[in-house]
Write a protein that binds this ligand. Structure first.
Ligand SMILES: CC(C)(COP(=O)(O)OP(=O)(O)OC[C@H]1O[C@@H](n2cnc3c(N)ncnc32)[C@H](O)[C@@H]1OP(=O)(O)O)[C@@H](O)C(=O)NCCC(=O)NCCS
Length: 176
């Protein structure tokens, strides 16, 4: 599948209003953190989009802001950071954008920022997130059972990670 063309750029003040709209969509926020399950204030959303961050990008498709991605929780002693992604424009889901973005962020994390290991997690029913992590080469490290309350029941949180050598081995095997 060929993903829609996209760029990763620094977030801008005008992205905040669009991100407010994204987070108000239950299909977008349902598998995000507990704090996203209630209406967030404008300052809280401004902090998400524009506040201090180690590595955060806006995802832009066809000139439009469509989501955020990046790496957080950088630990220099361990050479690790945590991947995150939110594609808020649902029209783009299922077209390969998430997979293409995750690969680009991994490339930057390992080869631009010198990370040794990139970790991530998702709630077990979030099949889209599970797929993009699997396809990018993340491996499961564990599961926090009944971790979060969603849609009337407890759901597991799956912890995954990928090492630089795993990413490199996979990239060498990929078609150019
Ligand atoms: C998770 C997310 C980043 C995926 O982005 P995307 O652009 O749809 O990802 P891709 O198109 O590259 O791949 C998604 C895959 O999951 C599959 N998928 C999505 N929802 C699914 C579902 N409910 N059941 C089964 N498969 C599903 C898609 O079919 C696709 O697989 P395919 O290529 O084999 O058909 C996007 O849905 C999103 O941002 N969601 C809201 C926020 C979120 O959940 N962020 C992640 C938190 S951990």
């Amino acid at each position: 599948m060929t993903a829609p063309p996209f760029i990763l750029r620094a977030p801008r003040p005008e992205d905040v209003a669009a991100y407010c709209g994204f987070l108000s969509d239950p299909d977008v926020h349902i598998w995000l953190e507990d704090r996203c399950q209630r209406p967030l204030s404008l300052p809280e959303i401004q902090a998400f989009v524009l506040g201090p961050a180690w590595c955060r990008w806006a995802i832009e498709c066809d000139g439009a802001f469509v989501g955020l991605t990046g790496l957080e929780d950088y630990d220099p002693a361990r050479g690790t950071a945590r991947f995150f992604i939110v594609i808020g424009d649902r029209k783009l889901w299922g077209r390969g954008l998430g997979e293409a973005v995750i690969r680009r962020v991994l490339e930057h994390g390992f080869h631009g920022l010198g990370l040794r290991k990139i970790v991530s997690d998702f709630m077990a029913p979030n099949q889209g997130s599970r797929r993009i992590h699997e396809r990018a080469g993340f491996r499961e490290e564990g599961c926090a059972r009944d971790d979060s309350w969603r849609r009337g029941g407890w759901v597991d949180r799956v912890y995954v990670a990928i090492f630089k050598d795993e990413f490199d081995a996979q990239s060498q095997g990929a078609p150019s």
